[in-house]
Write a protein that binds this ligand. Structure first.
Ligand SMILES: *[C@@H]1O[C@H](CO)[C@@H](O)[C@H](O)[C@H]1NC(C)=O
Ligand SMILES: *[C@@H]1O[C@H](CO)[C@@H](O)[C@H](O)[C@H]1NC(C)=O
Ligand SMILES: *[C@@H]1O[C@H](CO)[C@@H](O)[C@H](O)[C@H]1NC(C)=O
Ligand SMILES: *[C@@H]1O[C@H](CO)[C@@H](O)[C@H](O)[C@H]1NC(C)=O
Ligand SMILES: *[C@@H]1O[C@H](CO)[C@@H](O)[C@H](O)[C@H]1NC(C)=O
Length: 478
């Protein structure tokens, strides 16, 4: 999961977290599906059991994890703009093609090309220490000799304003609270710009996480037009607290920051599409998706290797069971999500005339931990249908549905415009421990959880693509 290029979208997501977790029982009370439709959905139970059994205990057991392992072992992380990302996309195209999927192809997208280079932050006063840092995506670098400056620690933008007179020529450190990612991430996005406005020469943020073993976490930032571009990086929770204490103790803090980061010209990447074509309405599609790019740290196994591989796994599992739905089941691996949904925006433009055929869109980009169910964006009838569908997943205890006005990351471009969709809902409490850090490796993944998630993804996609009715497109009226 990255961050939104568009601030309006960011606000939408913020709202998600304060509103609208309508409970299952409340929705059920309001549900009024016909007995026929309920019976039709229930009639998929043997097919869904077949899918679940294959993934959890049969021929597909362990396959998602094995394939994800092979992928991250081969390619490691995959930042937009890198040849490595393109090699990883080619690998997946070859894999889908070799397995005989329909309509396998890449669709070109121009993507940002930011390179980190080497970087360091050395505390030189009041004592020597090397801090762990990660520059933020799109940050400029420092001059080759680095920036040697005093440090000013602030708790918030308001605190920065109240200390504005002391900020000139300093490295501003934001030791912001982390109540939630969505409330804190504005410091990552805008920290450098706000610091530059009061004359700072660089900006460091406390990493966006609630737990740390000295791991800095990168992510996207942006600059504002006509404001001096100063370097921006993330430091660890431990070091943010250290610097705060040193300042509170009245000590002068001095740091030498060196960053070689550069923004190079855009390069060409691709969204990757593969399908199991529908038998009756091939033009109508249910989408399963994740993003194939990652940050340039760790292995991008969790963000978003897991989402990509359960989407691959859903198609592969359906194919291995010979299950073809009436409508098309399409997997999309978005590119350059981390730079602000770049691939998804391009897809929305290129396929604008097909929006009416997008029956239901799914994305997994919040970890593939133990599944709980789906977080969805749909109207009342849609919610009632999903609730019936999720009852089919009782054997893996992933029957949950919760409504949210903004789901997923890339697919929010469509769901915010009324296309029904859902993201995977899992026990994701530890998501930010790994997110955008060197700790995002295969160790964050579990073979059993991946099996269950692949089963869930395949089951929901198949049933919604095969139902006698198109999934209803209503306003998200709760
Ligand atoms: C349920 O459907 C019936 C028949 O279509 C309708 O009369 C009734 O008002 C509906 N109830 C709710 C709660 O929507
Ligand atoms: C920090 O390291 C530098 C370079 O090695 C040295 O000159 C300086 O005395 C050290 N400062 C302290 C406070 O130890
Ligand atoms: C930036 O500066 C230019 C030139 O002065 C001006 O035309 C433009 O409107 C400014 N942009 C913003 C966002 O203030
Ligand atoms: C959308 O436009 C493309 C290119 O113009 C065309 O090939 C495709 O058939 C159109 N799709 C629909 C559903 O109209
Ligand atoms: C099933 O899931 C619920 C909620 O997600 C959880 O509270 C419960 O412990 C789970 N039960 C089992 C048997 O795992």
């Amino acid at each position: 999961m990255g961050v939104h290029r568009n601030f309006i979208l960011l606000l939408t997501v913020t709202l998600t977290f304060v509103t609208c977790n309508v409970s299952n029982s409340k929705i059920e009370d309001a549900c009024n599906l016909s007995a026929e439709l309920k019976a039709e959905i229930a009639s998929y139970s043997s097919t869904v059991e077949k899918i679940i059994n294959a993934a959890v205990d049969g021929s597909f057991k362990g396959v998602t994890y094995q394939e994800l392992s092979l992928f991250v072992d081969t390619f490691g992380n995959r930042i937009a703009g890198s040849q490595n990302l393109e090699n990883a996309i080619d690998y997946m195209i070859d894999k889908y093609t070799a397995d005989g999927f329909d309509n396998v192809h890449g669709e070109e997208v121009q993507v940002p090309h930011w390179v980190r280079g080497s970087e360091s932050a050395i505390l030189v006063e009041p004592r020597n220490a090397t801090l762990s840092i990660l520059g933020l995506g799109t940050s400029v670098g420092t001059p080759p000799e680095g920036i040697l400056a005093e440090v000013l620690v602030v708790k918030s933008f308001d605190d920065l304003q109240s200390k504005a007179g002391q900020a000139k020529g300093k490295i501003v450190v934001y030791n912001e609270d982390f109540d939630s990612y969505f409330s804190a991430v504005v410091y990552r996005s805008n920290g450098a710009t706000e610091a530059a406005k009061v004359g700072a020469v660089a900006s460091l943020i406390r990493s966006m996480t609630d737990f740390s073993l000295n791991t800095p976490h990168t992510g996207l930032q942006s600059y504002e037009e006509n404001v001096t571009k100063i370097p921006g990086a993330a430091i660890t929770i431990e070091d943010a607290h250290l610097l705060q204490r040193l300042q509170d103790e009245g000590k002068t803090i001095k740091m030498l920051l060196k960053m070689e980061a550069q923004n190079l010209p855009d390069t060409t990447s691709r969204n990757l599409v593969a399908e199991i074509e529908g038998t009756e309405y091939p033009e109508k599609v249910v989408i399963v998706s994740g993003h194939i790019d990652s940050w340039d740290v760790g292995e991008g196994a969790m963000d978003d290797g897991g989402g990509v591989f359960i989407s691959w796994g859903a198609l592969a599992l359906l194919k291995s069971l010979g299950l073809k739905a009436k409508r098309t089941v399409r997997s999309i691996f978005w590119t350059a999500e981390e730079f602000g949904y770049v691939g998804a925006y391009q897809y929305a433009i290129d396929h604008a005339n097909e929006t009416d055929n997008l029956i239901f869109m799914m994305e997994s980009d919040f970890g593939t931990f133990n599944p709980i169910g789906l977080e969805y964006s749909a109207g009342t009838t849609g919610g009632c249908i999903l609730q019936e569908v999720m009852k089919l997943l009782a054997s893996i205890n992933a029957t949950g549905t919760r409504q949210s006005p903004a789901v997923g990351s890339d697919i929010e471009i469509w769901t915010s415009d009324g296309v029904p969709g859902a993201s995977l809902d899992t026990e994701s409490e530890k998501y930010f421990w790994y997110h955008h850090s060197n700790a995002d490796t295969l160790e964050a993944e579990s073979t059993d959880y991946l099996d269950k998630n692949t089963a869930l993804w395949a089951s929901v996609a198949y049933v919604l693509a095969d139902l006698s009715i198109d999934f209803p497109r209503e306003t998200t009226d709760g």
